[in-house]
Design a protein around this ligand. Structure first.
Ligand SMILES: Cc1cc2nc3c(=O)[nH]c(=O)nc-3n(C[C@H](O)[C@H](O)[C@H](O)COP(=O)(O)OP(=O)(O)OC[C@H]3O[C@@H](n4cnc5c(N)ncnc54)[C@H](O)[C@@H]3O)c2cc1C
Length: 402
């Protein structure tokens, strides 16, 4: 590495004032730097047109595979036996993607977070060997089909999609809603309730399966570049060999969600940082009353709040990553971080939109995208209320869900 790690980090993330990035290895920083180059060269020029047209920039996104964001050997230096890169790198990768665009980060989390973790946590050795490498190098697109039209927050108890065993096969019937990437995925992990024992199990439905249909949900005003599918399944046949063997109840699904809720906490951090930096760049250039907007006291107060929110959210994410790395997989920690980071994200995107004025409601600045997209992140992977109830249960000892 010709440039020093600290120098690159200052260039990439000047808003990381408390320097949490210092914990990254040189190899991890190199991969992040390469990721930034691909984003700027390939994805930035097309993101707004895709956002407006409600299409996903597949060709440009898959250039990220060239950076090896999930599997570059430099991410495994000193951790050769690990299945995933370090948690701190994972946080900064989400930060990097979401700081640029929330749809890109969301598409990635559905594939490389939710889908990939489902395979790693739910699959047996044979299944991990079959699916994981193809997902890690983006040969196969995957997703995560849990939510249903009639069951969102109460999915743990309410899940209504059914699985009925028939010899060596299962017959799946039901509907799923909001499933990111469901219309294009090669393999779709679908959660269904076994009609025999009432337990939730996970079935890999492969592209082209008869009886499976996924239609993008139209007219979204948030995360327009990601297509969320409404899935219907009518007598879809899945072999027992494609049932993920280590998911045998909702407590196994929760193991996946501990990881993925942390990932979404990181996305909220990235959107916070991205909106702040976009607003800061704007007010340094825009003149009103014959001076730069950034020279006015009231504007600086808002910038300072956005900076503080960014440092706070990075702090939550970095410490959470450290705890996950130590093996402390605790849902309350993930929920607390997702809840906190989403709250400061919502405040920050509103402040950013405010200081950018009229241009903050057009795609001319990145701020409008962050503003609209923040609403999805506030809602998915446990709404604010659901995560607050998880934290509330822990600190009071009383569950207040029902
Ligand atoms: C853009 C987007 C992408 C998504 N991607 C996926 C995906 O890839 N895969 C997937 O499986 N799911 C996905 N989801 C689904 C997401 O996880 C759900 O939207 C979320 O769990 C909330 O469910 P709901 O929308 O049905 O809201 P509801 O559960 O109907 O909740 C509505 C409101 O009521 C509140 N509420 C509910 N219960 C309580 C309670 N007990 N006390 C107080 N308040 C309560 C909620 O907090 C919320 O404010 C996605 C959603 C969105 C918007």
């Amino acid at each position: 590495m010709s440039q020093k790690k600290e120098e690159i980090l200052r260039e990439l993330y000047p808003e990381d004032m408390f320097e949490y990035g210092k914990g990254l290895t040189e190899g991890e920083v190199e991969v992040l730097q390469h990721t930034r180059q691909i984003i700027e060269k390939e994805i930035r020029p097309v993101i707004n047109e895709h956002w407006e047209a409600a299409t996903f920039p597949f060709d440009e996104f898959y250039k990220l595979a060239d950076a090896g964001i999930m599997n570059h050997p430099k991410l495994f230096e000193g951790r050769e036996d690990a299945r995933k890169p370090s948690q701190l790198y994972n946080f900064f990768l989400y930060y990097e993607l979401a700081r640029f665009d929330a749809s890109i980060a969301t598409f990635y989390t559905v594939h490389g977070g939710l889908g990939y973790n489902t395979i790693l946590i739910g699959g047996d050795e044979r299944q991990i060997k079959e699916f994981a490498p193809k997902v890690a190098n983006f040969e196969w697109q995957t997703c995560f089909a849990l939510t249903e039209p009639d069951h969102g927050s109460d999915i743990a108890g309410g899940l209504a999609t059914t699985a009925k065993r028939d010899g060596d096969h299962w017959i799946i019937n039901g509907e799923k809603r909001w499933i990111g990437g469901a219309d294009t995925a090669d393999i779709v992990p679908v959660f269904a309730r076994d009609v025999e024992d009432g337990k939730i199990k996970c079935f890999i439905i492969r592209k082209g399966a008869e009886g499976y249909d996924a239609k993008p949900i139209p007219q979204k005003v948030s995360l327009r570049a990601v297509q969320n599918g409404h899935i219907t399944m009518k007598d879809v046949v899945v072999p027992e060999a494609d049932r993920l063997q280590n998911i045998n109840g909702f407590s196994d699904v929760a193991k996946i969600l501990v990881n993925t809720r942390a990932d979404v906490a990181h996305i909220a951090t990235g959107v916070t940082g991205g909106a702040f930096v976009a607003a800061l760049d704007y007010v340094k250039e825009r003149d009103q009353f014959s001076k730069k907007l950034g020279q006015f006291q009231i504007i600086q107060e808002k910038l300072a709040r956005m900076q503080a929110n960014t440092v706070a959210a990075i702090g939550y994410s970095a410490r959470l990553a450290e705890m996950l790395e130590e093996g402390n997989f605790d849902m309350t920690n993930s929920s607390l971080s997702k809840m906190h980071n989403s709250l400061v994200m919502r405040e920050t995107v509103a402040l950013a939109r405010e200081v950018v004025g009229g241009n903050g409601i057009t795609l001319a600045t990145d701020v409008a995208r962050f503003f609209a997209d923040a609403e999805s992140i506030y809602t998915y992977e446990g709404t604010h209320e659901v995560n607050a109830l998880i934290v509330g249960r822990e600190i009071t000892g009383s569950s207040a869900f029902v």
